[in-house]
Design a protein around this ligand. Structure first.
Ligand SMILES: NC(=O)c1ccc[n+]([C@@H]2O[C@H](COP(=O)([O-])OP(=O)(O)OC[C@H]3O[C@@H](n4cnc5c(N)ncnc54)[C@H](OP(=O)(O)O)[C@@H]3O)[C@@H](O)[C@H]2O)c1
Length: 384
């Protein structure tokens, strides 16, 4: 086939063009300028039309789509996340878990939060059966059009379903609510097993030895219903108690409370030494303490120095400590704000770390009393 011949035809100058004032100045350079102007006007008109029809968020999504098919849907993640911090951590399975997730526990319209999060570049949503909103999360994800392999979905097994014969049905319910065939990560929500159908009566045997529950979770991995399994709210003693068994798959993560008031440096160091990734829940101190966290003088000072927000200082600090972080917000502007992490200069990072570990630790989440337990879930001496 003969190659296509392009013939350059200059645009005819119109009467009101500035270039038309003096035809003598109509040089190839001014032709280029006129062409650029036309292209600019064309793009401006198209953008205005697109925005009026689809809205600003759709444009943001359109622009953040990759040009190349081998890229992930959210090329934006690489621009918004990072700033020298890891965008992902690698699990024992080889899967890469995104370092910042949207938390979905608590009050508020979670569907809108998930919608916003996916639009601005989150690829990780932390959920649980107990949050009673997995269907809302699933609907928001489905509406986003994001392919399944480009979003990380975590759910958690509630205390009533630790008996091996109950695990699969509980998992199936979460899968069905979310509208997915598999989870990226499934956690034992608490190291406490309740007897099903009771008013929080503890199954002492299964609580003291969660291995039967774990074996069932391993089976779920082999069945392809879950890609990674992990634990939540396990202290070091409880992790050791579980991992003393001949596990087929070791826990991929331990999701625990980590924030300015409860930074748990010993657990963090131990987890690193033992190749167990921590996920920081209530990273801002939860609704109860978020303002107090953000108003800490050191947090304010770093925020001013780096011209970022106090929440961004804290969320960045978590990732820099080497943990996945799960800030929750149902406020669209905050959802977006919380994804913009950046590496803190080493001296400022150390100052914040020193301030966080300098006071006696105080947990914000401890349901031991609320559940009527006669022991503390986080007691190092129990259940060994
Ligand atoms: N495994 C477990 O047992 C466990 C326990 C607790 C939590 N979690 C997980 O961790 C997630 C986060 O924990 P959390 O919800 O307790 O606490 P959090 O993320 O530390 O704090 C949430 C509070 O901070 C506010 N907030 C968020 N971003 C903000 C910002 N940029 N500026 C000012 N305020 C901001 C939120 O308000 P608005 O929403 O009004 O914006 C909300 O009141 C949960 O959603 C859940 O996924 C797991």
């Amino acid at each position: 086939m003969a190659p296509i011949q392009w013939q350059y035809k200059p645009f005819a100058p119109s009467e009101d063009d500035e270039e038309n004032i003096d035809i003598g100045s109509y040089t190839p350079k001014s032709r280029t300028t006129r062409f650029k102007k036309l292209v600019f006007v064309f793009i401006a008109v198209c953008t205005t039309l697109y925005l009026s029809v689809r809205g600003t968020q759709a444009l943001v999504r359109f622009l953040s789509k990759p040009c190349h098919s081998t890229h992930h849907w959210h090329s934006k993640v690489n621009h918004t996340l990072g700033g020298g911090l890891p965008t992902h951590f690698t699990l024992p399975s080889g899967d890469k878990i995104p370092s910042v997730a949207l938390g979905t526990a608590g009050r508020g319209e979670v569907g809108l939060a998930v919608k916003t999060a996916l639009e601005v570049g989150y690829t990780h949503v932390d959920g649980a059966w107990a949050y009673r909103n997995e269907d809302e999360v699933g609907k928001a994800w489905k509406a986003s059009g994001i392919p399944r392999d480009q979003i990380w979905l975590t759910s958690k097994l509630w205390n009533f379903f630790h008996a091996p014969e109950d695990v699969e049905a509980a998992l199936d319910e979460s899968l069905s609510n979310l509208g997915t065939e598999y989870l990226d990560l499934y956690l034992i929500h608490w190291p406490i097993a309740f007897k099903k159908g009771t008013d929080n009566v503890v199954d002492l045997e299964l609580t003291a030895n969660p291995y039967p529950t774990w074996k069932k979770l391993e089976e779920m991995v082999d069945k392809g219903k879950v890609r990674n399994i992990g634990i939540s709210n396990f202290n070091i003693a409880r992790v050791k108690n579980l991992t003393a068994n001949p596990l087929k798959y070791k826990p991929a993560v331990n999701q625990v409370e980590l924030n300015f008031f409860n930074p748990q440096p010993e657990l963090l160091n131990w987890a690193k030494e033992n190749d167990l990734l921590l996920e920081a829940y209530s990273p801002l101190g939860s609704t109860r303490q978020v303002q107090e966290s953000l108003n800490q003088p050191i947090v304010q000072e770093i925020a001013k120095t780096l011209a970022i927000t106090p929440a961004q200082v804290i969320i960045s600090w978590h990732v820099q400590r080497g943990t996945v972080v799960l800030p929750k917000s149902v406020t669209p502007s905050r959802v977006e704000e919380n994804l913009q992490v950046t590496a803190l200069p080493q001296d400022l990072f150390e100052k914040l770390e020193a301030a966080a570990v300098s006071h006696p630790p105080a947990r914000v989440v401890n349901p031991s009393k609320g559940w009527g337990l006669d022991f503390d879930i986080f007691d190092d001496e129990w259940p060994l």
